[in-house]
Write a protein that binds this ligand. Structure first.
Ligand SMILES: [Zn+2]
Length: 499
């Protein structure tokens, strides 16, 4: 049989094939190896732990070690036919099932039919079920029947990132192991070995940076290294490449942004966001980095070490809570940049104390009397009324509810609009050059109608362009627009009224 020679990724190439090659899971590895040496093999094992730390690799090594024809001290030889077949993934008796796939249920059904047959060629029939917590109830029930009376020659190896979702009835029949995230030093050491063997020219600084960014998942670190290596070819990989190629913000940017938040420099924060957006950086990754950095500072503070910026522990904890909430929102948001900008301004203008969430409404001094002439692009949230005087608190209620529902994007969009209240219609107007805002708000129409109906009673909701005479459209550069928005939002939060 000829095998197609396909490109093998670094990760697959460097996947551990022996227990000794597994990094940082010593306890699990030693216990499994001892079980093999003492011929006390359980029927079911559960390997729980975060992604990328070696769960399925360990399961495969175990499958090899118990089926190897020439095992050595509980290790597979990796030379015999059995070992080779298992490594290639075509051993008849080592069956891998992905619990997250739709095929899972069929495969479990098939498992129930086949499980009682003796192995075709190996000593043990091994079922490796990845992401076992994802199995359907039906599949769990089928599995449980097998686990209650397991045939002698069968071993189950379950892997999961979420052990708490595995039914107790299954858990109680497993010997469970908890795999750990790798500390950066272990990842770095492994990356060095790989670089030496593969003749990858990477600066020590870049390896350290990858090791930290991988956040404990060796697989992620190797994938990052490979991306950088394939991009740079034989050229030396420097730390800067990591930021450029992986879309990451540099450490200075991260700390600079956090300092701006803590020192309440909203403008600086917005400038950093604009710069990141212009350079095509991934804003979600950026928020991840902010969270990590804040966490580091909190740990520093707990250890009584000096802070890079004058602040209190409570403030940092508050910031951390806010950033985590932002991360959840960002994942769903279509316009990540506006959301991030909003949050930055909120944080620079609201009290960051005691880990408490920001107040439901930004501090909102009573709207001062408008200066008479029709105001363009006035934040509706502060003025309430522009053309048709009505009590301002209905619109304030809308904004408050939007805020409370954590619909930050809608909130941001509304702040950039002009409000026109007519007897049976609430019209939300945008300057013609903000067609993007208008389209964006349309996507939230259903939600908006509900909120408006609660505040105003039944009303038609129009999302429209302001008439051209009122809003002479003029082109603006991107950064000018950002500056303008920053100005606007800042004033909104300060409660000032635009000219
Ligand atoms: Zn072998």
């Amino acid at each position: 049989m000829t095998e197609a020679r396909e490109y093998q990724s670094l990760y697959r190439k460097w996947r551990p094939q022996r227990f000794a090659d597994v990094v940082h899971q010593e306890y699990t590895v030693r216990t499994l190896q001892n079980a093999i040496l003492s011929h006390q093999i359980a029927h079911a094992y559960l390997l729980a732990g975060p992604r990328g730390v070696g769960k399925t690799s360990i399961a495969r090594i175990f499958a090899k070690a118990i089926n190897c024809t020439h095992p050595q001290q509980g290790e597979p030889c990796n030379q015999c036919d059995m070992c080779k077949k298992i490594t290639r993934g075509n051993a008849l008796d080592v069956i891998e099932i992905d619990g997250a796939s739709n095929r899972g249920i069929d495969q479990i059904r098939q498992l129930r039919e086949e499980v009682n047959f003796v192995p075709a060629e190996a000593r043990y029939k091994v079922y490796i079920i990845d992401e076992v917590h994802m199995l359907t109830n039906e599949a769990f029930n089928a599995l449980l029947k097998t686990l209650e009376e397991p045939p002698k020659h069968v071993v189950f190896l379950f892997a999961t990132t979420e052990p708490h979702k595995v039914p107790l009835t299954i858990l109680s029949r497993c010997q469970a192991f908890e795999l750990k995230l790798l500390p950066p030093e272990r990842i770095e050491k492994r990356l060095k070995e790989i670089c030496e063997a593969e003749q990858i020219n990477a600066s020590p600084k870049v390896l350290m940076a990858i090791s930290y960014r991988a956040r404990g998942a060796l697989r992620d670190a190797i994938v990052m290294l490979e991306q950088l290596a394939s991009y740079k070819g034989a050229t030396r990989i420097e730390e800067q490449d990591l930021y450029e190629i992986m879309g990451l913000a540099s450490e200075e940017t991260v700390t600079g942004f956090l300092k701006a938040l803590l020192m309440r420099q909203g403008r600086t924060a917005l400038e950093i966001i604009a710069d990141l957006a212009d350079r095509g950086k991934d804003l979600e990754l950026f928020v991840d980095e902010l969270i990590e950095q804040t966490r580091d500072w909190i740990i520093h503070a707990l250890d009584g070490q000096p802070m890079p910026v004058e602040t209190r522990l409570e403030t940092l904890i508050g910031l951390s809570t806010q950033l985590l909430a932002l991360k959840r929102e960002l994942g769903r948001a279509w316009e990540k940049r506006i959301l991030l900008e909003m949050k930055a301004l909120e944080l620079t203008h609201s009290a960051l104390e005691q880990g408490a969430p920001a107040p439901a409404t930004p501090h909102e001094p009573e709207a001062k009397a408008s200066k008479g002439r029709a105001v363009k692009r006035t934040p509706v949230g502060r003025e309430g009324v522009l053309k048709d005087p009505v009590p301002p608190d209905r619109w304030a209620q809308v904004l408050e509810e939007v805020k409370r529902d954590r619909r930050s994007t809608v909130h941001a969009l509304l702040l950039d609009a002009q409000l026109v209240e007519l007897p049976d219609t609430v019209r939300i107007e945008y300057d013609p050059q903000h067609s993007f805002h208008k389209e964006s708000l349309e996507k939230h129409r259903k939600y908006l109608e509900e909120v408006i109906a609660r505040a105003y009673g039944p009303r038609r909701v129009e999302i429209a362009f302001a008439s051209a005479t009122e809003s002479p459209a003029r082109r603006k550069s991107k950064s000018a627009e950002v500056r303008e928005k920053a100005e606007l939002l800042k004033k909104a939060f300060d409660g000032e009224i635009l000219e």
